[in-house]
Design a protein around this ligand. Structure first.
Ligand code: NAD
Ligand code: DAU
Length: 348
């Protein structure tokens, strides 16, 4: 039975990946390692917690001794590394937290993998999940390809770029078998409501202002989270060692257009007058170093591995809104306590 370590599996994307692997691969033992920060929530994976091939380990990837000890104990065959500090705004107020988790944490996982695999890398794999933000920003045209030079602008993207470089360096220097994927903006169920789509859904439900940064003309390429989980499964099993694959939704939206679409859909779902939610739109101070546009060229993963998104944005957004409306308790739980303090500080 193969032993696979998935880090960050109580978070947004990680929970969808853990569920997919646990339910699809009964021949794998899945170890979900998560520190349960503000962004980690065991409720996200409650439905699979009693599966026999599933284990949860609570712990911090920044703690090298702890990481070495679990690698010694379980002798993992593969690592799918998603644990990270993931919110750009938080990286602007506390960059060091991002260096610790995203850079040092990744280093600890690389060192522990190298230690237990002892240069015998047959059937081993270190899969590092990264972001399109490492490429910096695009102008009005063009797409990020795997060959685009790294040019990160936020402390978050700089920390992810740094961790990507270390993964690659361990491949070149020690022969560690790795793959990296750089994905665009995800959306879907279980997304923590500090990010644009779930934050705005929550605020519309509660009739609170919708804080659009700057002029709202920033562009992101949105991908439904379950399609990302499918891509991760495919790359883990069929991607080539020492390669990078870009993953994206072929789905660019200016923030303001996306917000208006969301408002229209929420009015229908909540039985409000068309236009009610749009009245909540409030333009606020811009994010420092705000990247104008991200857009992924996902030709490589499409051509080489046959992956493409399966869900249209309309379908994905409907499913997402429906999930939040039928999981109001989840939403209430994650937006109480610390969240209120964060919100006050960020948006006051
Ligand atoms: P998230 O913030 O929802 O979840 C992160 C998880 O990591 C949480 O469960 C948290 O408890 C855990 N974690 C944080 N610090 C930890 C530590 N020190 N030790 C152990 N666990 C820790 O993040 P997400 O949006 O699901 O992103 C997952 C990964 O995908 C990240 O690496 C992120 O950079 C990358 N990514 C995210 C997106 C996106 O749109 N969300 C897009 C591309 C890439
Ligand atoms: O591109 C991939 C990245 O996407 C991931 O690596 C990150 O982990 C993930 O958080 C996301 O980063 P963004 O900064 O693009 O996502 P966010 O949801 O924070 O913001 C999306 C856009 O909406 C961005 O242009 C900023 C804007 N925005 C965001 C918030 C939270 C607002 O206008 N108002 C807001 O309150």
């Amino acid at each position: 039975m193969k032993k696979i370590l998935i880090t960050g599996g109580a978070g947004f994307i990680g929970s969808h990946v853990v569920r997919r692997f646990v339910t699809k691969y009964s021949n794998y033992k899945i170890y979900n390692l998560d520190m349960l920060t503000y962004a980690g929530n065991l409720e996200n994976i409650k439905d699979i917690e009693n599966f026999e091939n599933y284990n949860f380990i609570k712990g911090d990837i920044v703690d090298a001794d702890f990481i070495n000890s679990i690698f010694q104990e379980y002798q993992f065959d593969g690592v799918i590394h998603l644990a990270a500090e993931s919110h750009v705004d938080r990286s602007i107020t506390d960059p060091l937290a991002f260096v610790k988790t995203n850079v040092i944490g990744t280093m600890n996982l690389l060192n522990a993998s190298k230690m237990i695999w002892k240069d015998d890398y047959s059937n081993k794999r270190f899969y590092h999940i990264s972001t399109d933000e490492v490429y910096g920003t695009l102008g009005e045209t063009g797409l990020f390809t795997e060959k685009t030079a790294y040019d990160p602008n936020s402390p978050y993207s700089a920390s992810k770029a740094s961790s990507d470089h270390f993964v690659r360096a361990y491949g070149e220097t020690y022969g560690l078998p790795y793959v990296i994927t750089n994905c665009s903006n995800n959306y879907g169920p279980n997304h923590f409501p500090e990010k644009l789509i779930p934050l705005f859904i929550n605020n519309i439900i509660n009739n609170k202002p919708l804080p659009v940064y700057g002029d709202g003309k920033y562009t992101r390429d949105w991908l439904f989270v379950k399609d990302h989980a499918v891509a991760i499964d495919l790359v883990f099993h069929e991607g080539k060692n020492h390669e990078t694959y870009n993953i994206g939704g072929f789905n660019e939206w200016q923030n303001i257009d996306l917000v208006k679409l969301l408002c229209k859909k929420m009015d229908v779902k909540l039985g409000r007058q068309q236009g009610d939610s749009e009245k909540l739109i409030t333009y606020v101070k811009d994010r420092p170093g705000h990247d104008l546009r991200y857009a992924i060229d996902a030709t490589k993963i499409n051509k080489e591995l046959g992956w493409k998104p399966s869900v249209t944005f309309e379908e994905g957004l409907e499913q997402t809104i429906d999930w939040y409306l039928s999981n109001e308790e989840w939403l209430r739980n994650v937006t109480s306590g610390e969240y209120q303090k964060y919100y006050e500080k960020q948006y006051s």
